[in-house]
Design a protein around this ligand. Structure first.
Ligand code: TPP
Length: 327
């Protein structure tokens, strides 16, 4: 197999600022949800990805509309970056008629086919064979679209993961397997569920490349993604990118995460992807204090507006519970 092309990426100042905006929006959205859960405003389960935003921004930035993503429970930011409005996303979390599933589902299973978002299944890893099916479709239709499929390191221990990687390797499918290795699968630390250090090593068994990278460095994630995208679009098959990161909150907002130490959490907080990128952008004179304030205001306005919209949206009608269903 050809090695991953480490394409030199060139991002304009505007693109770098846009990446910064997304990091801030996704962080802000999750933080607001965390508060809203405590106020009993949210009907959906909430699994924040606070601390992991660089993975979503680095992988979704610049994807084409026709490309598909298969996001997980922690990846609300991917929905936003693929084109779901903050209003619709918030309404989804509130279980309102104006949400993606019109109030008939939690956030976890919604998809939007017009935007290239495939809804998740609850069973861990089960989204990956689906991603393989999408990739096979793209290949058979001779498009150069790609599938970006997300999973946790915990999910990489289930059979579906291995079956999906196997068929993707055999068929050279245009798929990016993005592992969000946040060190825990619920309460289980990675060293208690895997006898190797890197999920990335698993790709070799299926005949394609895997790389382990710093998942808190948005530019490192973007660079690895661009290389893998070029390879997938060029017909050279899948890549596994393992992004090492950490989730700051518990598995979900009801989990106090007593199974880990404060020292560990503080150490990872010192690697927060947002200040790291802020310092970089200021160092290269792309971001000024004024830009930063502007972006923070835009983020706050967008989220406030989304919360107002969701709050004022109608509840679903019980009689609509089975509309749009087919068998
Ligand atoms: C097959 C299966 N086993 C167990 C569960 C329960 N469960 C839901 S999320 C989760 C932890 C997932 O960990 P990981 O895959 O690392 O993703 P993360 O939540 O850390 O992002 C577990 C055990 C499930 N949904 N499906």
């Amino acid at each position: 197999m050809p090695p991953i092309k480490r394409t030199k990426f060139k991002l304009s100042h505007d693109q770098l600022l846009e990446m910064f905006y997304w990091l801030k929006l996704i962080r802000g959205f999750d933080e607001r949800l965390s508060t809203l859960v405590k106020q009993a405003k949210v009907r959906s389960g909430v699994y924040t990805g606070i601390g992991q935003e660089a993975i979503i921004v680095g992988t979704c930035f610049g994807l084409r509309k026709e490309d598909y993503i298969c996001p997980l429970h922690r990846d609300l930011g991917a929905f936003l970056m693929k084109g779901v409005t903050a209003r619709a996303m918030m309404a989804q979390m509130f279980g309102k008629q104006t949400g993606l599933s019109k109030g008939r589902d939690s956030a976890l299973h919604s998809g939007v086919s017009e935007l290239g978002i495939f809804g998740n299944t609850s069973m861990l890893g089960a989204n990956l064979p689906v991603a393989a099916g999408l990739g096979l479709t793209f290949k058979m239709e001779k498009t150069n679209h790609v599938v970006v499929a997300y999973f946790g390191e915990g999910a990489s221990n289930v059979g579906d993961f291995h079956e999906a990687l196997n068929i993707a390797g055999v068929q050279h499918l245009p798929i990016l397997f993005i592992c969000e290795n946040n060190q825990y699968a619920y309460s289980v630390p990675v060293e208690k569920s895997m006898a190797i250090d890197d999920v990335a090593d698993r790709a070799a068994s299926y005949g394609f490349d895997g790389v382990a990278i710093n998942g808190n460095d948005v530019l490192a994630v973007y660079q690895a993604t661009q290389g893998a995208l070029a390879r997938a679009r060029g017909g050279d098959g899948p890549t596994l990118i393992e992004c090492k990161t950490y989730r700051w909150h518990g598995h979900s907002e009801h989990d106090k995460a007593f199974y880990r130490t404060n020292e560990e959490l503080e150490m990872w907080k010192s690697r927060d992807p947002i200040p790291t990128f802020t310092t970089y952008l200021k160092g290269v004179h792309v971001l000024t204090d004024d830009h930063e304030k502007d972006i923070e205001n835009r983020v706050k306005t967008t989220i406030d507006d989304a919360v107002d919209f969701a709050t004022n949206s109608p509840d679903p009608n019980p009689e609509d519970a089975v509309t749009d269903l087919y068998a």
